[in-house]
Each structure stands twice: as C-alpha cells, then as structure tokens.
Design a protein around this ligand. Structure first.
Ligand SMILES: Cc1cc2nc3c(=O)[nH]c(=O)nc-3n(C[C@H](O)[C@H](O)[C@H](O)COP(=O)(O)OP(=O)(O)OC[C@H]3O[C@@H](n4cnc5c(N)ncnc54)[C@H](O)[C@@H]3O)c2cc1C
Length: 521
C-alpha cells in the first residue's frame, strides 16, 4: 500500500473533521495524536448551526444530538440582579438552515463521535505519536514522529497542522501567533447546577467584575465560566466553593453548583498567524487562531477551516487541480479568523464593562431583544451562517439572477419544505449542481465525477432529485427555471448562473478552480 499523501497532526475536533472530510473525498490520510488517550476536558461546548450542517453531511449529527442539548436562545442577564436584559431566540435563521439552535455538547463527545466516523472511513488515529520535526521541499514534506518505540521518519505530500493552540507545526514552519495578547483569564467548571434560568438558553451574565457564561448540558449538567483576574502561580485549580462564590455574585445569586467533573483556570490570548499556508503545510483551528471563548466560536471556526481546506486539498492531491487552489484556503479563512478574534475580544470587554459603557451596552441589548431584524442579524452571526466568501475569486455570479436572496460565496441556504435537505444532498462527496430536469443532462456531462447534478422538481421523489413544491430553491438561489447553482463540498455557493449553458460551468471549473483534468468536457 502506498503511503498516505496527507498527514493530519492532531486528533482534536479540527484534525478529525479534516481527516473525515478528506477520507470521504477519497484521500488516504494519516492522523497522529500526541495524547495516548482522548481528553476528558469539556472545553468547547457550543456547536453552532454551520458546524451542525457540516457534521450532518459527515453523517454524525444524530449521534452527536443524542449526547447533547438543543439550545434555542441566548440571553444577556444582568449578573447583579439576575434580571434578563435581552433574549435572542434563534428561530429567525430557520430560513437558512435546518438547525435554528445551538447544540450544547461536551467537546470529548464531539471528538468521540468524529473519531468513530473516522474509524468507519478507515482512518486509524495513531495515538501517542507526536510530530517533532518537519522539512519541506517543492515536492513533499519529510516529518519526524516521536512514538513509544522511538523516532520515525516519513515523507508525505501535505501536512495539516491541527495541533492546537501550542502548535508544534506552527513553530516548525517558523511562524507564530500575532495579536493583542490580552491575557484574559477564566475560571471554568463542568458540574451539576440547579438554576432558575431556562435550560434551553445559554445565559451570558454581564458584571463589572467580569462576565459569566452558563451553558446548560444534558440533565442537570452545566458548564459555567467567569472572567477573573490572573489567578497567581500557586493558585491551583478553582474549588467548588470559589465557583459557588463567583456564581453568587455574578449570576444573580440564583445558581447552586455541585458534583464537579472538571474545574480549571485558563488564559486566553487573542491572536492569529499571518498566513495559514506555508508551502505544503497548512494550519487550521487553534493552531492558526486563538481567542476568547465568548460566543463559543473557537471550535466552530476550526471545523469550518477544516471543511474549507479538505475539498481543495482533495482536488490537488488527486491531481485534478493545481496547488494554487490551496491559496484560496488562506484567502477565504484568514479574514474569517481575524473577524472572530476581533469580535470575541469586543464581546468579552462589553460583557465586563461598567458605568457609561455598561449603560450603552444595556441600551443596545434592549434594542436587540426587541427588534426582530437586529435579533435575526445577531443570530446569523452567532450561528456562523453569515460567514461568506463573497470577495473570494472562487465566488462567481453569472447573469442577472440577483433577484435571489443569496449570492455566490454565501452559505447555500437549506430552506424548509425541500426534500431531501441540501445538507443531506451534501452527504455525497463532491460538488452539487442544482438544476431543472430540462437542463441537467449537459451539466452532468461537464461535472463528470466531480460531484452530482440534482434535478429540482415540484413533485416525485427519486434518486438524483430534490422535491421543492413551493419553488424555494428557485426563489432563494435566484436560478429560476433556466439557471443552475453550483454548491461547493463545504456548503458554499460557488457559481450561480441564470442560464444553463454548460460552458459556464466548464469555464468555472477550468478557469476559476484550475481543474487540470477537465471533467469529461
Ligand atoms: C480550557 C479551555 C476551555 C475552552 N473553552 C471553550 C469554550 O467554552 N468554547 C469554545 O468554543 N472553545 C473553547 N475552548 C477552545 C476549544 O477547545 C478549541 O477552539 C478547540 O479545541 C480547537 O480544536 P483544535 O482541534 O484546533 O485543537 P485542539 O482541540 O487543541 O486539538 C489539538 C490536538 O493536537 C494534539 N497535538 C498537539 N501537538 C501535537 C503534536 N506535536 N503531534 C501530534 N499531536 C499533537 C493535541 O494533543 C490535541 O489533541 C477552550 C479551550 C481550552 C484550553
């Protein structure tokens, strides 16, 4: 058997997502993980709609849902009084996604489900194996791996550095995190909590001493965290009494904590690497960006890094596209990471402010809670369905289809009433073309084995068809009866055309993606 062309370093949520996506696209992957056993630390607990869609396409969502709790709203609560200042329900994003909620689930569960899927896809995570060295040339990367039996060397075509905030890969390619090293400290605990606050709501408590966040998990389990002063070198972990005292002061005196599973202090920085691609080595997830846990964007952003990268890498490794395509990974994901670093910093500061700053914040929260448009905009941002690559060279609008509600580069909406869901159609590996029955054939000829052309019909379910009785696809995608939409494997609109001319699809594949072996054109 020939060696795997891609080495994924790190079996956290980002490395596992990258590995699963690559394997699904037919790429042989090797995954190494320094830890001999999976972590039990429930770090990231909020999985947002955009990640849920990606996990649905991977076929793992029902398993993850079984381990988590659906959260339908976020509330901003005045920590001193316990009064809810604003509540943002997430129902407004139902026009774009099948998941108008956050799934609260402990990170070890997310990792376990992804590891199970990886095993089904034939991936053996090599545990207790750490990457310690790499050297690259124009054709590949030589890596050194430390194993229980001593050092090993291997040569691979590409390395994905998904090895977390203290990334060795990042260090070895000679780059570092840059940014405002705020050095904010959090006390956090995974425990059982008796609370009067709704258990289908993530509550963020504003307080001049520092914000607090309450994430309900299944049963009476919860993850709570507080922004605190630096704990000092000999502080050890926080005690249950300290967590209770923080909750008493900053969560309205209404929460009782017990039965701790994990309590720790951790420090966050707000920083990002200058670029994600270093030749044949690409960084993803915490290896590329670190920031405050406010709004639970970290793991979600990393999962989307992995999804963005995987299909591009699969085309390149498979010899179908030029390696220049990988530059678009940096071009598309770096600005998203930068925005996340910026916004989570602001959110953490805002949750902590006092005086005039707190008054302005509370007025804004009042408005956000009462104006549907503002609330829905907030929900779109939080759920990450608002993330888009409109400015990317890979996003092309052709013709006057702009009467649709989305443009190329945006998240491909998944309107209710369409069967199967777009996310289920994306469970097929590769691209998706949505077209009318009359125009599908020639597009199929052009797309070849790069994906599937799905016929949009009003009735009559069947293989290769999507039933859309209300015309929601034609309307939201703006393709009418004569156009087509090309959806990327990561669920973004690549090309929207108001004409079904197959040359438009061919030109896109060849000229924009740089497909070097045009698909049966
Ligand atoms: C204490 C704490 C609390 C957090 N709380 C939240 C939260 O509430 N919400 C939120 O969204 N995010 C939170 N985060 C961040 C979240 O956990 C990360 O964003 C997420 O884990 C990123 O996933 P990743 O796969 O990029 O990195 P990681 O999950 O860190 O995974 C990297 C993996 O690489 C392995 N590795 C490292 N070096 C090597 C090497 N040289 N060779 C092989 N393997 C290696 C590591 O062992 C690890 O398993 C928290 C993080 C911490 C530390």
């Amino acid at each position: 058997m020939s060696p795997a062309p891609v080495l994924v370093v790190g079996a956290g949520p980002v490395g596992l997502t990258a590995a699963c996506q690559l394997a699904r696209l037919g790429v042989a992957v090797r995954v190494v993980e320094e830890l001999a056993e999976p972590t039990t630390e429930s770090r990231a607990v909020g999985v947002h709609a955009r990640s849920l869609e990606m996990l649905a396409s991977l076929g793992v969502l029902p398993r993850l849902e079984a381990r988590g709790r659906r959260i339908g709203a976020l509330a901003m609560v005045d920590g001193a009084s316990g009064r809810t200042r604003a509540r943002m329900d997430l129902t407004g994003i139902a026009v774009a996604t099948r998941h108008p909620y956050v799934l609260d689930v402990a990170q070890p569960d997310t990792e376990a489900v992804l590891a199970e899927r990886a095993a089904e896809l034939g991936i053996v995570v090599e545990r207790g194996v750490a990457l310690t060295g790499l050297h690259q040339d124009a054709d590949g990367v030589d890596v050194t791996l430390r194993t229980g039996e001593g050092d090993q060397t291997a040569r691979v075509a590409w390395v994905v550095g998904a090895d977390g905030g203290h990334s060795t890969v990042r260090h070895l390619v000679g780059t570092r995190l840059e940014g405002g090293f705020h050095g904010q400290h959090f006390a956090m605990a995974d425990l059982d909590a008796d609370s009067p606050f709704p258990r289908d709501t993530i509550s963020m408590f504003t307080h001049p001493d520092g914000m607090g966040i309450f994430f309900p998990l299944p049963g009476s389990r919860a993850r709570i965290m507080f922004l605190v002063d630096a704990p000092g070198p000999d502080a050890g972990d926080p005690t249950l009494e300290q967590i209770q005292a923080l909750a008493d002061v900053r969560m309205g005196g209404q929460i009782t904590v017990r039965n701790p599973r994990w309590m720790t202090y951790f420090e966050v920085h707000h920083a990002q690497v200058a670029q994600y691609r270093h030749g044949r080595v690409v960084l993803a997830g915490d290896a590329a960006h670190v920031h405050s846990p406010a709004a639970a964007q970290g793991m979600n952003t990393g999962i989307q890094d992995a999804a963005n990268l995987a299909w591009k890498l699969a085309l390149v490794v498979g010899g179908r596209a030029d390696e220049g395509l990988i530059d678009s990974y940096d071009g598309e994901r770096h600005p998203v990471g930068a925005a996340v670093v910026r916004n989570t910093t602001v959110l953490t500061d805002v949750g902590t402010g006092s005086g005039v700053q707190a008054a302005v914040r509370d007025a804004m929260l009042f408005l956000a809670g009462h104006l549907a448009a503002l609330r829905d905009q907030g929900a779109r941002q939080l759920s990450e369905v608002a993330v888009n690559y409109r400015d990317s060279a890979l996003s092309v609008d052709r013709g006057g289809h702009h009467h649709g509600t989305v443009r190329a580069g945006e998240h491909a909406p998944d309107p209710a009433g369409v069967t199967p869901a777009i996310e289920d159609l994306l469970a097929r590996p590769g691209f998706l073309v949505l077209a009318s029955t009359a125009t599908a054939g020639p597009l199929e000829e052009v797309l070849g084995d790069l994906g599937a052309v799905i016929r949009v019909v009003g009735e009559g379910a069947g293989e290769g068809r999507v039933v859309d009785p209300e015309g929601a696809i034609a309307r939201t995608y703006g393709i009418g009866t004569d156009g087509f939409a090309l959806v990327r494997p990561d669920g973004y609109l690549a090309l929207v055309s108001d004409s079904a001319d197959p040359a438009i699809l061919r030109d896109y594949l060849v000229d924009v993606l740089g497909i070097t072996e045009p698909a049966r054109v």
